[in-house]
Design a binder for this molecule. Structure first.
Ligand SMILES: Nc1ncnc2c1ncn2[C@@H]1O[C@H](COP(=O)(O)OP(=O)(O)O)[C@@H](O)[C@H]1O
Ligand SMILES: Cc1ncc(COP(=O)(O)O)c(N)n1
Length: 477
């Protein structure tokens, strides 16, 4: 029961009955980012998009019961902490973390709602500071950062970074300072580590009223993505990109008259990882039709292909695979999660093994430089090694080699028979494990497309189509 790739993420926060902030936002955010969401309610608010009309704090002992009951049964992969309202509630959470801390803890130090209402008693600020040492990351906005640091609010971004560095170093905690409250055209965030190392995440400021619950949504997305294996910097980057899309789509929800919620599921309506890859594939229908019609391909299918022609194709293929494996290795090195890293590394290894296999079964002793690299092969390999520098563009560039071989191979294999001269070769590309790798490569490339911005997606689409062109030339050479 502990091997699921869907992380179990617990929100400990306040309830917002209007659904835009608090545990309601957290649960949507966790789900939208690929986690299983749970929520222990620390406080109730009566609020809407305009303001907070009341706060009710249930007995802290009841929060302790919720936390222990969930933890008794369920392995918690990450916890996101939001509104805690009072010192007695914070103490319960601190005690629970001391006893049963899940591996990932993100603390959003909620103090004041976007609408201006206080969500943390001033007397509880010290208790919240004491909670910092239990967290991996704390995600203050500018006013919250000032309170935690015990200093006046930063007057600008550089000031805020210096303040965050002091807080990070004093409490030994990573600080993700969010720039939503900065004036001006940008809304940057920055990860500041104890000792002061800073990673900035630039962002343009959107002109939108859909800002209710942005802090809650960001911190839950971050906890979820980190629990999915993304490194902190990658998790912040992907969470921020996701939140920006959700904010952009928020006003279309038309919820309330004040600062409305973000649309956590904006991507569900218009963007699935598979949709991107499917669009690239559709966009290459012309190239694929040309590949199917090539004499090389049709004669390979009916077994009439000249043997020498086939051998020289295989010799080029072997040269190609050795270089292609290096590009897969580069994808592995840049992969944002351990699963992706392992997947591309396995593919690289599989490629090198196929290359060896080609030599032992088809090319004999010809290994090691007897066949010169053809011009067409060189052009394809140049394109692949120039792909990038980002992970998304590299995986989009390597994808057609999987997908087109899988597609062509499957149809050719249907024409195979025991006496077919190329039966063994045809079987390779119709193999179920190759189909599985192809499906996984499509999924990972599609996921990479959802993590990047519109410019990144356009680069991926171009890289995919260019590779498909090179595939056509390779078959035609
Ligand atoms: N108008 C905006 N445009 C783009 N991003 C924003 C905007 N307002 C807030 N954000 C982003 O939303 C997240 C939460 O920011 P912030 O407003 O600072 O926190 P909080 O909601 O806790 O007050 C950050 O990633 C921030 O950059
Ligand atoms: C229950 C609850 N928790 C947190 C917030 C902060 O929301 P915001 O992210 O808009 O500052 C809120 N308004 N209500």
């Amino acid at each position: 029961m502990t091997s699921s790739t869907t992380p179990r993420v617990l929100s400990i926060a306040g309830s917002d009955p209007s659904g835009g902030a608090g545990v309601q936002a957290d649960l949507k955010s966790i789900a939208a980012n690929g986690g299983y969401g749970m929520a222990a309610i620390a406080a109730l608010t009566a609020q809407n998009t305009v303001g907070v009309t009341g706060v009710h704090v249930p007995p802290p002992e009841f929060l302790r019961l919720q936390l222990d009951t969930v933890a008794d049964d369920i392995r918690i992969d990450a916890v996101k902490i939001g509104m805690l309202a009072e010192a007695s509630v914070i103490d319960v959470v601190a005690d629970w973390l001391a006893r049963r801390r899940p591996p990932i803890v993100v603390l959003d130090p909620v103090m004041v709602a976007t609408s201006g209402a206080r969500l943390l008693a001033p007397a509880a600020e010290d208790a919240l500071r004491r909670l910092l040492r239990h967290a991996d990351v704390v995600t203050p906005n500018l006013p919250e950062l000032a309170v935690l640091a015990g200093e006046p609010e930063a007057s600008g971004w550089n000031d805020a970074l210096a303040q965050a560095a002091r807080l990070a170093t004093e409490h030994g905690v990573r600080v993700l300072v969010t720039g939503g409250h900065l004036g001006g055209a940008s809304s940057p965030d920055a990860l500041v580590k104890p000792g002061g190392a800073i990673t900035e995440f630039p962002g343009a400021r959107l002109e939108t009223a859909a800002t209710h619950g942005t802090g809650c949504s960001l911190s839950s997305a971050l906890a979820t993505r980190r629990a999915r294996g993304e490194a902190w910097e990658i998790a912040i980057d992907t969470a921020k990109t996701w939140l920006t899309d959700a904010m952009r789509a928020g006003s279309a929800l038309a919820v309330g008259h004040g600062n409305g919620p973000v649309d956590h599921f904006a991507r569900l309506h218009d963007e699935q990882p598979e949709d991107h890859a499917a669009a690239w594939w559709r966009d290459c229908a012309d190239i694929r039709a040309q590949i199917d019609a090539l004499p090389f391909v049709t004669s390979l299918g009916d077994g009439t292909l000249d043997r020498e022609r086939f051998r020289s194709y295989l010799a080029q293929d072997a040269l190609y695979l050795r270089e292609y494996a290096k590009v897969l290795g580069r994808a592995s090195a840049l992969a944002p999660s351990p699963e992706e890293e392992l997947f591309w590394a396995r593919c690289a290894r599989g490629c090198l093994e196929s290359e060896l296999q080609l030599h032992t079964s088809w090319l004999g002793a010809e290994r090691g430089g007897c066949t010169p690299l053809s011009r067409v092969n060189r052009a394809y390999l140049d394109h692949l090694s120039a792909a990038g520098p980002d992970y998304g563009t590299i995986v989009a560039a390597v994808l057609p080699c999987f997908w087109i071989y899988r597609d062509v191979g499957e149809r050719l294999a249907a024409r195979s028979h025991p006496e077919h001269p190329y039966a063994a070769w045809l079987a390779t590309y119709a193999d179920p494990s190759f189909a599985e790798s192809t499906m996984a490569a499509i999924r990972w490339a599609g996921l990479a497309a959802t993590r990047t911005d519109a410019g990144g997606r356009a680069r991926m689409a171009r890289a995919f189509r260019l590779s498909a062109h090179h595939e056509l030339a390779f078959f035609a050479q």
